[in-house]
Design a protein around this ligand. Sequence first.
Ligand SMILES: [Zn+2]
Length: 197
Amino acid sequence: MDQINEFVDERQKAWCIQCGAGIADVDTNRDHVPSKVLLRKPYPENLPVVDTCVDCNNGFSPDEEYLHLFLHCVLTGSTDPEQHLDAKIARALQRHKKLRARIERSKTEYRTIGGETRCVWEPEEERVERIVVKNARGHVFYEYGEPMLGEPTRVRTLPLTAISASEREDFEYDGVVEELLGSPEVGSWMMTRVFTG
Ligand SMILES: [Zn+2]
């Protein structure tokens, strides 16, 4: 990943980008965007990081753990630790029995007309949403140099395979950030990219 140094106005960095607390008054952590639980090792070099307050950083951990395990269970097709090739995930599923049971409850099996058994997994949307919004705030701040402290007007999560071709085109359309936010903050990554291509 190319590293472009940002030189955003320091006054934009006065708050925790998640809760709006004055960053000078609280303990802070470096928070990775995207959340490390959404990545596989080896991690990309120069992973973006943003400062958040320790309370926010810790507060997201249970939801991140949930999402991490949930995604692994969906990909593996099971919450049974023995089915998981990733030893860390298998151990986590063994350790967090309640969480495992919650994930198991989100699974519905059904039979296809051809007689195959398939699964539908429905995640706990609020938990997923919190992590999506956290990451969105982190990305916007990192790229754009602009804290987005308000509540989002809309959050929608669904598998890429479940969206239509035109929705996917909209999702991947480069100009969408510009339309949403106006011009990037002077000195932000995005501004550098706009000018350097
Ligand atoms: Zn905070």
